[in-house]
Design a protein around this ligand. Structure first.
Ligand SMILES: Cc1cc2nc3c(=O)[nH]c(=O)nc-3n(C[C@H](O)[C@H](O)[C@H](O)COP(=O)(O)OP(=O)(O)OC[C@H]3O[C@@H](n4cnc5c(N)ncnc54)[C@H](O)[C@@H]3O)c2cc1C
Length: 403
């Protein structure tokens, strides 16, 4: 069947634009669609860990991001009340994180896809996924002026977020499901300098974090268990203030600043989806969604976009059968993210960590190498599987890691 496009990508933010860009750079005919227009915001905070920054660097986009005035974050700290663990989150090659406003980051990604040669259609909503004999063949949607359009492609990629229209149509297997675990709210403050630090505060059944973003503003995000969502949503501002007061010194610093935006918030479910089938592929939140407490979503979307684009290139170029290339994409994703997924879901309960974990965290206090490993693990630079392995724990609590 002749198709106008090799690939249609539905959704053009952190997952979709990189897929479109990487495939267009390889010379494929790509259409990227989003119902949003850019620049535009979305409900999400925006810590991009060093491994996410490394992806931007590989794509020659990191300098562009830095040039927007987004301050680098060189230190993460985790304040448990009685003690604090802090260190550098990255590696020698990619030492810092960023916390770019989505208005800036997503626009930069969409522009990079267009520059690479992808056709980008903004303000266009996909209403229907077209199929032929069980195979996805294209989309039907409408522009803002109401014009209805159908388009066909060899593969349709759903990068359309956790409530994906494509996933709704193809009903992929969903696994490792966990319910909503916490409710998170955030806003922006002026007059609250962070000096390159991302600070996290962990208290019983509460957690919050602050990071510097564009325009000399500081993002503060905090949350409580989902069980309190209904009761607390009536007074988010009051409950947020109570939350900050659990760390009095930080609350004083916040009082020295000024909140510059209304609160935004969300609570989201946790799941994996099988990310491929006849004529379709899922990437980003559409394929794998988890609580934002460990801020992995954008970094994951970048990695999965790259893996997905590689698999699509293999199959579109005829080097590998679709099912084989995509099974590897799924396997690679699951193996990589599963330990962090488990860690994220445990943290998101806001229950105190198990006693042996508490003991480990206490015992590495002041041990800079071990604290750096802890910070790197939270950033996703090293896997929780590696951090919590018996050998690593023995090293961290033993004399070998001292200093
Ligand atoms: C409260 C909160 C805080 C978060 N904080 C962080 C953080 O600090 N760091 C981090 O890394 N991650 C964070 N995340 C997660 C992060 O937002 C996501 O993982 C990331 O946005 C996923 O990108 P995506 O491109 O897959 O999907 P999205 O960003 O959801 O983009 C999907 C796009 O698809 C478009 N779309 C959907 N349906 C259609 C349709 N029918 N037709 C056309 N277009 C369509 C939408 O308009 C949208 O632009 C947070 C999430 C939440 C909810």
């Amino acid at each position: 069947m002749s198709t106008r496009y090799d690939v249609i990508v539905v959704g053009a933010r952190c997952a979709g634009s990189p897929v479109a860009m990487l495939l267009a750079r390889k010379g494929y005919r790509v259409l990227a669609i989003d119902r949003a227009t850019f620049p535009s915001d979305t409900i999400s905070t925006h810590v991009v860990h060093p491994m996410g920054a490394a992806a931007l660097a590989r794509w020659d986009l990191l300098e562009r991001l830095a040039a927007t005035g987004c301050p680098p974050v060189h230190t993460y700290s985790f304040d448990f009340g009685p003690f604090t663990l802090s260190g550098s989150p990255g590696t020698e090659e990619s030492p810092v994180a960023y916390c770019p406003r989505r208005t800036v980051l997503d626009k930069l990604l969409v522009d990079a896809a267009a520059e690479a040669g992808a056709e980008v259609r903004e303000g266009f909503t996909v209403d229907e996924v077209l199929t032929d004999a069980g195979r996805v063949t294209g989309i039907k949607g409408h522009a803002r002026n109401g014009q209805v359009v159908t388009e066909s492609a060899t593969v349709v990629v759903g990068a359309d977020g956790r409530y994906s229209r494509l996933a709704e149509a193809v009903r992929p297997e969903q696994y490792n499901e966990r319910p909503n675990l916490l409710a998170a709210y955030y806003s922006y403050w002026s007059g609250l300098p962070m000096n390159g630090r991302f600070e996290t505060y962990i208290r019983p059944h509460r957690g919050f974090a602050a990071a510097p973003t564009h325009d000399d503003l500081t993002l503060i995000v905090g949350g409580w268990p989902y069980a309190e969502f209904e009761a607390n949503k009536k007074d988010v501002e009051g409950n947020f203030e109570k939350l900050l007061n659990l760390a009095p010194e930080f609350a004083d610093r916040v009082r020295g600043g000024k909140r510059e935006a209304p609160f935004a918030g969300a609570s989201i479910p946790n799941f994996f989806r099988k990310p491929y089938g006849p004529g379709w592929v899922l990437v980003g939140d559409a394929a794998y969604n988890k609580d934002p407490i460990t801020a992995q979503g954008i970094t994951d979307a970048f990695r999965d976009a790259e893996q997905c684009a590689t698999a699509l290139d293999l199959t579109l170029s005829g080097s590998r059968p679709f099912d084989e290339a995509m099974a590897e994409y799924q396997r690679g994703r699951d193996e990589h993210v599963l330990p962090m997924y488990e860690f994220t879901c445990q943290l998101a309960t806001l229950e105190p960590p198990p006693p042996e974990m508490q003991h480990l965290f206490r015992s590495i206090q002041g041990n800079q190498r071990a604290m750096t490993r802890f910070v790197q693990m939270n950033a996703g630079t090293i896997s929780p599987a590696e951090f919590f392995s018996p050998q690593s724990v023995a090293l961290m609590v033993g004399a070998n890691m001292a200093g």
